[in-house]
Design a protein around this ligand. Structure first.
Ligand SMILES: Nc1ncnc2c1ncn2[C@@H]1O[C@H](COP(=O)(O)OP(=O)(O)OP(=O)(O)O)[C@@H](O)[C@H]1O
Ligand SMILES: [Mg+2]
Length: 249
């Protein structure tokens, strides 16, 4: 089943086109890593998916067969949740920060909430002993996990992750990637559908570790959209081969 279909998407500002005729299909349950140089249009593409970016000039994005423009915007963003480079922590404990999303999420019955909350803590690797800690005192890695827990508790089946490890040290970011790996392929809803991930990263080891498919973008064009192994072992384009080669010092 297709989770997302992007058709001839064009985005531009003040007459300057940033994304040019982007078309791709994303399968339910897949993990897509989006790579490419700075300024390529990666964040612009991700933000188009849940309408955080106003610059669309043409084309369409369908989520589960329906144009994203035809959804109520709150419903759309609840289902396709954007996780920023740094999670925002509000005043209050870790528990309060995670449970905030219950206000905006899908409607769960009260007796379902506690069970779901415990599952989410486990899935997002949040230990019980930090639940009473003020969330603003948590480390960067812990805060990122709180950000993910919120999205999971909201019941979002599509996670849009924009460089979620960019502000973390290597050890913490590796732990975070382990958490994502455990979440990968997991159930998104009772209807048997799975969670789908789109993650922008500049760290190719993360892409290799997590992704089913790699989407490489440069200057607003798709350079490659291939399965992970092919991308890293037999890139189909000269440009992707150069990009991979340039990763080594
Ligand atoms: N709201 C906007 N108005 C004008 N230009 C914009 C806007 N949003 C993005 N752009 C331009 O679009 C281009 C692509 O930006 P984008 O943030 O998508 O790149 P990126 O691939 O995510 O880069 P990075 O890896 O550095 O995060 C940039 O040249 C940027 O200046
Ligand atoms: Mg970006």
């Amino acid at each position: 089943m297709l989770e997302l279909q992007i058709k001839d998407l064009c985005v531009g500002y003040n007459g300057k086109e940033i994304l040019h005729n982007i078309s791709l299909d994303i399968e339910n349950g897949s993990f897509i890593a989006i790579v490419g140089p700075s300024g390529a249009g990666k964040s612009t593409l991700l933000k188009q998916i849940n309408r955080l970016d106003p610059g669309k000039t043409g084309g369409s994005i369908l989520w589960r067969g329906k144009d994203v423009d035809d959804y109520d915007v709150h419903e759309l963003r609840r289902n396709l949740a954007y996780v920023f480079q740094k999670a925002v922590m509000f005043n209050g404990t870790t528990e309060e920060n995670i449970k905030l999303s219950l206000k905006y999420g899908h409607e769960f019955k009260p007796d379902e909430i506690e069970a779901l909350y415990q599952t989410v803590l486990e899935e997002a690797s949040i230990s019980q002993d930090i639940l009473d800690t003020p969330a603003q005192d948590l480390s960067g890695g812990q805060q990122q996990r709180v950000g993910i827990a919120r999205v999971l508790l909201m019941g979002s089946p599509v996670l849009l992750l924009d460089e979620p490890t960019a502000s973390l040290d290597v050890e913490t970011s590796n732990k975070f990637c382990q958490t994502l790996k455990q979440l990968k392929g997991g159930p998104a809803a009772k209807d048997g559908k799975k969670r789908t991930f789109l993650m922008i990263t500049h760290r190719l080891e993360e892409a290799k570790f997590l992704a089913d498919k790699i989407l490489m973008i440069e200057a607003g064009h798709i350079v490659e959209y291939t399965d992970c192994e092919t991308f890293f072992t037999h890139p189909q384009t000269q440009r992707a081969a150069e990009f991979l080669k340039a990763q080594a010092l």
